[in-house]
Design a protein around this ligand. Structure first.
Ligand SMILES: Nc1ncnc2c1ncn2[C@@H]1O[C@H](COP(=O)(O)OP(=O)(O)OP(=O)(O)O)[C@@H](O)[C@H]1O
Ligand SMILES: [Mg+2]
Length: 411
């Protein structure tokens, strides 16, 4: 957007309004005006027709909600971001049904405020483009989960394959599992499937592939998961580029709820592409010092690329409970990031892998399986079997943290 977005601030508290206006100016927005509730707010919004309205909402709700819904009725295209000292569901719900596009909790964090305003503006822009027929029809897009780790042998394939099975079985999602291990592609062995065609074949023929013929490249596992194996000869990766990865994943994401990408313990162009396309990156680590040191570097790299996006980047601790002398608390402190999920150490995992049957199928009630099944349910947004404080939602942003009690209540 070439023009500086014009924002108005509706806040009856003059002092706080002045503070917010200062923050908006510092962030590069233009403050077109400010007012309290009621007629004053209504007149300002109609006279100035700003790009965004920022509005305080507090108990008692009568006046703010009346102001909000009147302005929304009169200017339905005006994006409204509300903020409040309160974080209760009733308030949030009232704001949403009265026309707010986003809800922020005070004290306002400038980064969060900026992101919220940009997001509502982008949404408005897209709506306009769609109305004017400038956008293609939306294409369905599944969630792409890239399972990544800075080291070999830490459980990436174990987590990818078991999570895929759990998402299919537990959460009833359609799932594609792609083996992007450019060295030893272990998914086929772990899942005991034959490899006739691989990602390399699909990438080569992508121009001629439609929904129907796509199935010929995927192996349907007994769990229902569609597997796209790695080539049996690592040299077949040589002709594959980041572009191929993007195109293959794109096609799979149009036809599956979830696409899981298993990556190797090295870094190369293919892995970089797998990370780039991930809607979510599960960064796997274990409790030993080498793994943690490498995870710090991997996390730095991911933060440089995507910012400190806790919704997108989630750290998963595998082999939790192993006594290495390193405590989980220390890992979180060293990484400066919460451990989103913990999967315990269990020798049954090794046995299951050797038998070519993921542990969530062969031993569904072991602690490892229960954790992975629970993770799958959380990822799919399905009601969780048991409540977990920090573990299930350690990485949630303020909005998700607010929404969580709502989900629990309806559970
Ligand atoms: N939670 C666990 N408890 C016990 N053993 C585990 C656990 N997770 C993984 N393993 C075992 O550790 C070994 C390595 O696991 P896996 O192959 O999943 O790692 P990886 O990160 O994919 O390795 P690579 O980088 O070589 O692809 C396997 O033998 C696997 O069965
Ligand atoms: Mg592996």
């Amino acid at each position: 957007m070439a023009r500086v977005p014009q924002v108005i601030v509706i806040d009856p508290d003059r002092e706080s309004s002045a503070e917010i206006q200062k923050t908006l100016t510092m962030l590069g927005f233009s403050v077109a005006g400010a007012a309290g509730y009621g007629v004053e707010a209504f007149t300002l919004a109609f006279q100035l027709r700003p790009d965004v309205m920022l509005m305080r909402i507090e108990e008692p709700l009568v006046r703010p909600v009346q102001t909000l819904s009147r302005i929304n009725d009169g200017l339905p295209d005006l994006p409204i971001v509300v903020f409040s000292t309160e974080a209760n569901i009733r308030l949030m719900r009232q704001s949403m049904v009265s026309g707010a596009s986003d809800y922020l909790q005070e004290p306002l964090n400038p980064e969060e405020l900026e992101a919220s305003i940009i997001k509502v503006l982008e949404r408005k822009e897209r709506e306009g483009m769609r109305r004017r027929g400038e956008l293609d029809d939306p294409i369905p897009q599944g969630t792409i989960i890239t399972v990544f780790g800075a080291k070999g042998g830490i459980g990436k394939t174990t987590i990818s394959s078991n999570l895929a099975v759990a998402l299919a079985g537990e959460a009833h999602q359609s799932v594609a599992l792609v083996d992007m291990d450019t060295r030893f592609g272990d998914v086929a062995i772990t899942m005991d499937i034959p490899v006739e065609r691989s990602i390399a074949d699909l990438a080569r023929n992508l121009d001629n592939v439609d929904r129907q013929s796509l199935k010929e490249y995927l192996v349907e596992h007994e769990s229902g998961v569609h597997i796209l194996p790695a080539p049996t000869r690592p040299s077949d990766w040589r002709n594959l580029t980041a572009r191929h990865v993007r195109d293959v994943v794109d096609v799979l994401a149009q036809t599956h709820d979830f696409v899981i990408l298993d990556t190797p313990g090295t870094f190369n162009e293919i892995v970089a592409a797998a990370i780039e396309v991930g809607t979510m990156i599960l960064l796997v680590t274990t409790l030993d010092m080498a793994s943690i040191k490498d995870t710090v570097l991997a996390l730095e790299m991911l933060h440089e690329r995507f910012g400190n996006d806790e919704e997108r980047i989630k750290v998963v601790l595998n082999r939790a409970g192993v006594d290495t002398g390193v405590r989980e608390k220390d890992v979180e402190r060293t990484l400066d990031s919460p451990l989103w999920w913990r999967i315990p150490q269990d020798n049954e995992v090794v046995k299951a892998a050797q038998l070519g049957r993921p542990i969530v199928m062969s031993r569904p009630n072991t602690k490892v399986s229960l954790e992975i099944r629970e993770m799958a349910r959380a990822l799919a947004g399905v009601r969780q079997a048991k409540q977990k404080g920090k573990k299930a939602g350690g990485g949630g942003g303020p909005l998700t943290n607010l929404l969580r009690p709502l989900f629990r209540k309806s559970a």
